[in-house]
Design a protein around this ligand. Structure first.
Ligand SMILES: [Zn+2]
Length: 292
């Protein structure tokens, strides 16, 4: 075994070992504890279970690299020096990667975009996450927020065009992309436009105005990603990526949003599946250990 990944989510924590060909070996799964001390304990146990290989942790939420403090809605670790406490108890350092970024790195190295060097990713689910990977490495900077595009502003022209109200976001801001582009956000668009539909699958299947407005807002987000990173491929993952005509409709909306006749990145569905978080984090840890 050459590396381990620990997928740390709100309901379960799963550790996976990987061999030299990045095939999955042994796995171990435990329920996510409800208290901070028990959470630290559970993560330390899994690090010890993994043995003396580089360990990457794919964790819901953010770790502020400047303070070491966690910010997370899904784990009982917000406001705590989570990585430092785990390091202290485990007696070794591990690599921490945001869960959306882990999935995107996995897709860039092993999955839907392994044939191209520059990849952006968009996770469309109960929230909106993102990330950018170039030549198998995630872009990362001093704040650790690269890819947090769900908390950037919505497209003002689109919001104004349809008279959409602005909603408060869980992050403390108002009018974030996530408030309309996530799954619950799509339902908010339905409410705002007077549709009776409250299920994202039904809204998508209808392919009516609610769906078109959601595609337009999401395409504006994709345009921002494209203008910032100019990736060859954008991989789409998360619960909403199960919508059958998603790639087709978003590609058309992105093409319509692009200016000046410039091209658009190719949109592709994620292919790695459930193991993407763990394999992406394991790869980040392995690469750090072997290539700096
Ligand atoms: Zn926000």
């Amino acid at each position: 075994m050459i590396a381990a990944g620990i997928d740390l989510g709100g309901t379960k924590i799963e550790a996976q070992l990987f061999d030299a060909d990045w095939n999955r070996g042994k796995t171990k799964r435990v329920a996510t504890p409800a208290t901070y001390d028990a959470l630290v304990e559970a993560v330390v146990d899994l690090i010890q279970w993994a043995g003396p290989v580089p360990v990457g942790i794919s964790a819901a939420g953010l770790i502020n690299p400047q303070t070491g403090i966690a910010l997370t809605a899904n784990l009982p670790a917000s406001g705590k020096p989570f990585p430092a406490d785990v390091t202290k108890r485990a007696g070794r350092k591990v690599t921490w990667v945001n869960d959306a970024r882990s999935v995107i790195l996995s897709e860039a190295v092993f999955g839907a975009a392994k044939d191209v060097p520059s990849v952006a990713g968009l996770i469309l689910g109960t929230g909106v996450g993102g990330g950018i990977a170039v030549k198998g490495r995630l872009l990362a900077g001093p704040t650790g927020t690269v890819g947090e595009i769900g908390h950037g502003p919505l497209s003002a022209p689109t919001v104004a065009k349809y008279g959409l109200p602005l909603h408060a976001c869980g992050c403390g801001r108002k009018g974030c992309v996530e408030t309309y582009v996530s799954g619950p956000g799509m339902v908010r668009i339905a409410e705002a436009l007077g549709s009776d539909l409250r299920d994202t699958r039904l809204i998508a299947a209808e392919r009516g105005q609610v769906w078109r407005v959601w595609c337009e807002l999401t395409a504006e987000l994709l345009l921002t990603l494209s203008l910032a990173a100019d990736p060859e491929v954008v991989v789409i993952a998360g619960g909403l990526s199960n919508i059958p005509h998603l790639i087709e409709d978003l590609s058309a909306a992105l093409k319509a949003a692009q200016f000046g006749g410039f091209g658009i990145p190719e949109l592709r569905l994620a292919t790695v599946g459930d193991t993407a978080g763990a394999s992406g984090a394991a790869y980040a840890a392995w690469r750090k250990a072997n290539h700096g």
